[in-house]
Design a protein. Sequence first.
Length: 314
Amino acid sequence: MDPLYRENKEGSSARNPRKKAGWPSLLVFHWVNSLMFKGFRRELKHEDLYATPEESSSQDLHQHFNKYWMAEKDRMKKGRKPRLWFAFFRCIKKVLVLHGILFGLEFCLLISQSILVGYLSQFFCTKKELEEQLTALKNTSSMNNSDDLIASKQEEIDDETRDAYLYAVGMILVVLCVTFIHAWAFYLSQNIGMQMRVVATAAIYDKILKLSHTVIGRLSIGHIVNLASNDVQRFDMAFLFIQEIWVVPVFLPVFTYLMWVELGPSCLVATAMILLLSPIQFISIRLYTKWRLKSARVTDKRVRVMNEIISGMR
């Protein structure tokens, strides 16, 4: 069967238009408009939803994860611990690299936007000074070479004005590019988080199927549901900010240099504050992780107790 289609309960097919959408449609997400208009006119039904893309299919993602996880389990033969996080990241490495490129490109464009704003602001100050000089030259017309100086000054003003228009056009183009890139970076971060949730949920399901009856008897349904519905949701938030791990160390020297050019040594105060706050943030993250693990254990215990109470009532 054509992978663009899936069969629903009624036997009809729901086509995923993203597969055959052109790059303009992908750029502005036009391919999803038909679903939005349909939802605007009436309540959406299950058969209205598009087919799941192959790269987001739980079966394909779980097969990729199993391949990488088996490679990690082979490390145990060499006396090393398997890395679950590494198996997760290998499942999404291509999309993650693309997301990182878009994230870095967005920061580069934001830097260029601030530079263009500085040039445009400087133009108004320079133009005012040039106009004052031109006025002074016109008032001193008794000089022999005054006409040449006036023409030269007027040409300089025209050049500055032309550059200002170029700066303004550049700012408009940069803003448009940032808009599209930010939308796609946000979309990819949400897509990566969703894929990681699918992989984690499929891994939990596969692990439960392989457990013995004795081990399953010590587990509660509520604990499993809490893992599959609550804990895996953290992936959505994690991938919104994961690129900050390399963006901040790479672009902090760039920001410092640009501020040094404009402000001089006083800019080091801001950089020093950022560097001083980094250890505090690291300690806060460690404490949050510790408290989050304690909260998860308490939640699992609460769910287990409630499951026993409900089972006893039945």
